[in-house]
Write a protein that binds this ligand. Structure first.
Ligand code: G6P
Length: 432
């Protein structure tokens, strides 16, 4: 038997995940799938869980889908535990976005102060999960999709003995956009990826093994192609900058390089209908109306309007590579261990790694070129302080974390954001 447990099973993304496991059942024969949520998420869990059960029934594969709010019962003897929890739900995300914007600072789920705050709420919960796993399923793998995925994975790696990996749909979305530009399937494309979660840079881009990096960078410069994510404003970078950079960046990088334009855009959105979190809430409401339909037995196309669409491709192929000891190369969040000497060995980075039963072995990279090094290092310092603050609840460390972020312009602003954040999140911060 192969038992998979998904924490945050009531998420609107669950059909995406179930769809992936159904499609890969021949190589990844999951027999028990447990969707777990908390009491206040029970209604969503029932709706999306029943859809999951209908999807499995229609597919005819021998897999049972269990719905529960009893996390311990679910974790017992699990083989893989995946997390897609959102502590405080979308309401907390909306606060994360609005508070920095009030001070003219980027208000985004993971980039900037928002990532700090989400980490403060999430890390204590995930470390509790790890503690339970240490007795209930000590050999299980923890596959973390919960944002901020890199920071959360670093906290788990530093403070738990559970085997874990962090996963994001970002790199795969970049490769899908390259494939689209060349009119080929995703499997024809490969690249070398380096950076941190939501801060990755690709080069050595290949099309059936032929290097097309220069050609693709020119396509980016001319605006013929770009990494497009549903949740990120579609503003182009200057052509000469892309040529000079000579890397293919994830679109989250635009929050740094086009910061003023992005903040301007967010302030406009705030006036006309709301932040991305508010829009996600609307999308989610209509998705759950669709999921309620007892005739629906598949992942509905409407799900692709969420930013994390297709994440099950990443998740399932990585889990399969572990389970089947495939030694495939995937982009994951894992500890640096000398992959680049320009970051601490215990820092979690997002890069290509060989994935097998032993986990992830990142491919050697070497020095980070100066044109990307500074940003990666300073965001990593912010992340390291963010983890430490989340563990200790030390307000000095929290202030240093926010002040270290390249998008926070002054210590006074950092102090204000921290004060408002702590007040708004009192219910979710046992460590403070
Ligand atoms: C991207 C990121 C995910 C993130 C999602 C947000 O795809 O890679 O980490 O969760 O977008 O999308 P949303 O629809 O919630 O704004």
């Amino acid at each position: 038997p192969l038992k998979v447990v998904t924490l945050g099973g009531g998420s609107g993304y669950t059909p995406e995940l179930i769809d992936g496991f159904i499609r890969r059942h021949a190589e990844l024969p999951v027999s028990e799938f447990w969707l777990v949520d908390i009491e206040s998420g029970r209604e969503k869990l029932e709706i999306v869980g029943k859809l999951a059960q209908r999807m499995v029934k229609k597919s005819g594969i021998p897999m049972t889908v269990h719905l529960t709010t009893d996390r311990k019962q679910a974790l017992k003897d699990a083989d893989f535990v995946t997390t897609q929890i959102r502590v405080g739900q979308l309401a907390a995300r909306i606060q994360d976005e609005k508070i920095p914007l009030h001070y003219g600072v980027l208000g985004q789920e993971t980039t900037g102060p928002g990532g700090f705050m989400k980490a403060q709420r999430t890390i204590p919960v995930l470390l509790d999960v790890c503690k339970e796993m240490e007795t209930l399923c000590p050999d299980a793998w923890l596959i973390n999709f919960t944002n901020p995925a890199g920071i959360v994975t670093e906290a788990i790696a530093k403070h738990s003995t559970i085997k874990s990996l962090g996963i994001c749909s970002g790199a795969n979305s970049m490769m899908m956009d390259v494939a689209k530009a060349y009119g080929v399937g995703r499997e024809a494309i490969d690249a070398r990826v380096m950076g941190l979660n939501h801060l990755i840079f690709a080069d050595r881009i290949t099309l059936y093994g032929e290097d097309v990096t220069a050609d693709f960078i020119e396509k980016l410069a001319q605006g013929v192609s770009d990494n497009k994510l549903k949740n990120i404003p579609d503003i182009g970078l200057p052509a000469e900058f892309i040529r000079a950079l000579n890397f293919y960046p994830l679109s989250y990088l635009k929050y740094f390089w086009l910061n003023q334009e992005m903040v301007q855009h967010e302030l406009e959105e705030l006036r006309n209908g709301g932040t991305r979190g508010e829009r996600s809430l609307q999308i989610e409401k209509s998705l759950f109306d669709i999921y309620r339909n007892p005739e629906l037995c598949e992942k509905p196309p409407e799900l692709s309007s969420r930013g994390g669409a297709y994440y099950s491709d990443t998740a399932c192929s990585i889990i399969s590579s572990i389970y089947n000891n495939k030694k495939e190369v995937h982009v994951v969040n894992t500890t640096n261990r000398g992959t680049t000497p320009d970051l601490p060995d215990d820092a979690v980075i997002e890069t290509n790694a060989v994935i097998d039963k032993q986990g992830a072995r990142p491919l050697a990279y070497g020095r980070l070129p100066a044109r990307i090094r500074g940003l990666i290092q300073s965001v990593k310092a912010f992340e390291e302080l963010t983890v430490e603050a989340a563990i200790t609840g030390n307000k000095h460390t929290a202030l240093l974390a926010l002040a270290a972020h390249p998008l926070v312009p002054s210590v006074a602003v950092a102090e204000n954001i921290l004060k408002d954040y702590l007040a708004a999140n009192r219910d979710f911060l046992p460590q403070y």
